[in-house]
Design a protein around this ligand. Structure first.
Ligand code: MGD
Ligand code: MGD
Ligand code: MO
Length: 798
């Protein structure tokens, strides 16, 4: 299915589906922001704080990782960045009194929204299992108890998770602490997100991160966009996209959902557009690929390029570049030749004519950027998804040139940076020899656990302790229904957080909830107010300074908390202290930590303290951008994928591919509210979006309540009830619902084969309809039946 979105053909929404009439941005985004302010009763001055967001000398937004330009707009923030800040600056507080009123078991019945809405955590708390309450404790007590627990277990059974927000300074210390203590179990939210990118790009082009910088968007002629929802998840990206389109750049989008943000944009920073309600059309072609159909779609594009190259005497493909810089090209060509258009159409759900039209845009452009997000990474064959995009770009030498390149859009504001400075379970990505020399110790060399492996270790009892530096691990992972009940067997759980979330309600035998400063808040240490740094999606490093009064006088900075735990764990015996490890000094002056980072990663971070406030951030460089390929072969690698579908579940009647996505009113597991404005879904998140023909074929009706059943063939029952059927413009067989509510449907084993990133897209599920609802005495009995199968129409009970 494809839709032409050119202005003369712009009103082609499916007539009987739910959608949003406006464009992205515009007054709708203003209203979205104002609603969050009202809801959170954001503290006085919150608006003034927003004006310093993403500006030199101000603080860097805690929402997405999109680049911060050298010359920022008057308001360099978006609807969702503002929401994230206002959410942090709420005037609501989650106090010891609140915890005295509610047992932890009771709070498990609360929604994600209601838990965080209680407000900012104010005091360090210890979980008291006997009373089922959190009780106030002192920081000293917490650190001493945590240190004692950690010393009592094998370090290799401890997990130090990080959720992508904490600064480079905190992250560096956290990773150093793990290694001094004795493990590499440093999974990070990236393991559920762009780990597919880190692994694939590293193997194919010798760089774990994207090769583009912000300025490339000023020079590219075409952008090929795969599975990234810009309007919601990185709205500041809409500005460069709008400018690119206005100067003639063409955008081709592959996405099963017609996401508003990639269709049109009303720039809230342009008075003219706001007053006249006019907008800019973004995608020139919008291809509604099936979930998991991108390998096939890109194979189609490549086949078209080969055909044109043959027809035009080898002038289309950059054969010189390939000869000099690449390996694997012949095998890839052979694979493309052996792949029929028929199979490409079947697997992608797109017609050959549409793919060839996109191919003409590709060939008409001198500089092409490939952009992608979770729609490529969160698949069983996520590696091959990204590898195919690399193939497409390499064919015409679009990597390592200005205005061209590969651009994964990162999630958390410092998730890329956390990996850069050592939070990684893969020791080969960390300069361990350098750390050994710098701190005089022998770091562990064995590979640590990924997120999926942590879940397995919790299930089999081999994990003993979990520290969460931010995040909501237990809510973000797949197969929650299985992992949650096992969590209580952990000996120690520690959560460093700003707000209460579901993970905090599942505790180990010893458990602490430690409240930290947010990034917008002033962080004062022995040497005075502190700056922290973060790395954006484009490998640029920015200083960030909070100016707000902290939400409570009892908060500590993340850096101080990590150092406090480390010191209590490693220095209990004064005779064993390491003179090169100076937790108190580092906490007192973060500039000293930046000196350490600059020493460990000299080439990229030299003079970090002097450079951190450079407008636009300082660039730490990328070898692939210079066409230096740090791969095994020393070349950029073409891949001949073994499969055309990114899922390994066969199509069969009654089986659907479920895509879990974010709404416009959430940040991951933080649910701001119930308005997915840009998709026209209001008031609820308990929905399944289905194509109208599929609804009819399954014998369902719009508005009906159904259940979804996991369809992994591993013997575990997975089920979510009471979801409303919403007719939505989607490819047949692809259905959509919200993360994290639907996470219990995803089998732990359903992950990218190479990187182990959970495959939250194209999850195999079945539909069970509430059948006859029979009124019986006082209650209502209902019988569950599997819906009429789309093909055979047979019924089956479960
Ligand atoms: N406001 C806000 N901003 C955020 C976040 C947030 O929750 N809220 N989260 C942050 C984080 S951590 C991340 S990782 C990013 C996530 O940002 P995105 O990468 O945009 O992630 P998703 O919301 O999962 O949306 C994935 C997109 O891929 C499409 N898709 C699904 N399956 C396929 C497929 O098989 N093929 C193709 N081509 N497309 C597909 C979906 O329709 C959707 O448009 O955003 C970050 N920014
Ligand atoms: N089904 C499905 N599952 C997914 C995804 C999906 O698309 N579909 N996406 C995956 C992705 S891309 C990601 S990144 C993960 C996200 O997983 P996580 O990063 O673990 O989860 P978040 O929801 O971002 O974490 C929210 C919590 O972080 C804490 N927090 C907020 N700000 C701060 C701060 O400044 N410091 C500290 N210490 N804590 C803070 C708050 O207590 C808040 O409750 O989820 C993954 N799970
Ligand atoms: Mo993410």
């Amino acid at each position: 299915m494809t839709t032409d979105t050119s202005p003369d053909n712009g009103t082609d929404e499916h007539p009987d589906t739910v959608s949003y009439e406006g464009s992205t941005g515009g007054w709708g985004s203003m209203r979205g922001m104002v609603q969050t302010m009202a809801r959170e009763m954001s503290s006085p001055g919150a608006l003034a704080t927003l004006a310093t967001q993403n500006k030199t000398g101000g603080f860097m937004c805690t929402s997405c990782a999109w680049g911060k330009p050298k010359h920022p707009h008057a308001f360099e923030f978006c609807e969702n960045g503002a929401k994230a800040t206002l959410w942090e600056l709420t005037s609501h507080r989650c106090t010891p009194e609140f915890f005295a009123e509610h047992t932890v078991s009771e709070l498990r019945g609360w929604s994600d929204h209601d838990l965080e809405h209680v407000g900012r955590l104010t005091h360090p708390m210890r979980f008291d299992a006997a009373s089922d309450h959190y009780v106030e404790c002192s920081w000293d007590e917490a650190f001493t108890a945590i240190g004692a627990e950690l010393r009592s277990i094998d370090p290799k059974s401890a997990v130090f998770y990080a959720s992508g927000r904490a600064s480079l300074e905190t992250s560096y210390l956290y990773a150093l602490f793990a290694r001094l203590y004795g493990h590499n179990n440093l999974p990070d939210s990236s393991n559920m997100c762009h780990e597919t990118t880190s692994v694939t790009l590293n193997e194919l082009i010798g760089s774990p991160v994207g090769t583009c910088v912000l300025e490339d968007f000023e020079e590219c002629d075409a952008i090929f966009f795969f599975g990234q929802n810009t309007g919601t998840n990185s709205p500041r990206f809409l500005h460069p996209l709008q400018k690119a389109v206005e100067r003639g750049c063409r955008i081709v989008t592959f996405n099963p959902i017609r996401e508003k943000g990639l269709l049109s944009f009303t720039n809230p920073q342009r008075v003219g557009q706001m007053l006249t309600g006019s907008d800019t059309d973004l995608s020139c072609q919008y291809l509604q690929v099936r979930a998991g159909g991108d390998i096939a779609a890109i194979m189609g594009l490549c086949k078209y390029v080969f055909a044109q190259d043959d027809a035009l005497g080898g002038t289309v493909i950059d054969h010189d570049f390939i000869a000099q810089h690449c390996t694997g090209f012949d095998a890839f060509r052979a694979r493309a030749d052996a792949t029929s258009w028929e199979r490409i159409e079947q697997e992608s759900g797109l017609s050959r004519a549409d793919i060839e039209e996109a191919g003409r845009v590709y060939l008409g452009a001198e500089r092409v950027i490939g952009v992608y997000g979770m729609g490529l990474t969160q698949h069983v064959h996520g590696f091959e998804n990204i590898a195919m995009l690399v193939n497409l770009l390499l064919m015409r030498g679009h990597i390592g040139r200005k205005g061209a390149g590969i651009c994964p859009v990162r999630g958390h504001s410092n998730v890329q940076g956390q990996r850069t400075v050592g939070i990684s379970e893969k020791p080969e990505l960390v300069p361990l020899d350098k750390l050994a020399e710098q701190f005089g110790f022998e770091p562990p060399r064995d590979t640590g656990m990924t997120t999926v492996e942590v879940c397995e270790a919790v299930l089999d009892g081999s994990a003993k302790a979990f520290i969460g530096l931010g995040g909501n691990f237990l809510r973000a992972i797949p197969d929650q229904g299985r992992v949650e009940p096992a969590w209580g067997q952990l000996q120690l759980t520690v959560q460093i957080a700003t707000k209460l979330n579901r993970n905090h309600l599942f505790n180990g035998r010893t458990a602490y909830l430690l409240p930290c400063l947010g990034r917008s808040e002033e962080d004062i240490q022995a040497s005075g107010p502190q700056t922290v740094t973060i790395e954006d999606s484009f490998s640029h490093i920015h200083g960030s300074r909070g100016h707000r009064t902290p939400a409570s006088e009892h908060l500590m900075s993340e850096t101080a908390i990590v150092a406090g735990i480390a010191k209590a764990t490693l220095e209990a015996n004064p005779l064993k202290t390491n003179p090169k490890v100076r937790w108190d000094a580092w906490t007192g002056d973060y500039g000293l930590i930046r000196d350490l980072i600059a020493e460990t990663y000299h080439e990229q971070f030299h003079d970090m303290n002097a450079r951190m406030f450079e407008p636009g951030g300082f660039y730490r460089g990328n070898s692939a951008r210079e066409r230096i390929w740090k791969t095994d072969s020393g070349k950029a690698v073409f891949t001949a994928p073994q499969m055309l579908a990114a899922t390994d579940m066969e199509d069969m009647p009654g089986r659907y591919r479920l895509v879990t996505v974010r709404s416009n009113d959430q940040f991951n597991t933080t649910i701001y509210g119930y308005s997915d404005r840009l998709r026209g879904i209001e008031g609820t998140r308990d929905v399944v979006l289905i194509n109208p023909q599929d609804i009819a074929a399954a014998g369902l009706v719009a508005g009906q309540r159904i259940s979804l059943l996991g369809d992994a063939e591993d013997g575990h029952d997975r089920r979510i009830d009471n979801l409303e059927v919403v007719p939505f413009d989607l490819p047949s067989g692809t259905i959509v619902g919200y993360y994290p509510e639907l996470n219990p449907l995803i089998a732990l084993s359903h992950h990218d084969r190479t990187s182990k990133t959970p495959a939250s897209k194209a999850v195999p599920v079945r539909i069970a309809a509430l059948g006859l609802a029979i009124s019986f005495g006082h209650g209502t009995l209902s019988r569950n039946t599997i819906a009429q199968r789309s093909a055979g129409g047979e019924n089956e009970d479960r």
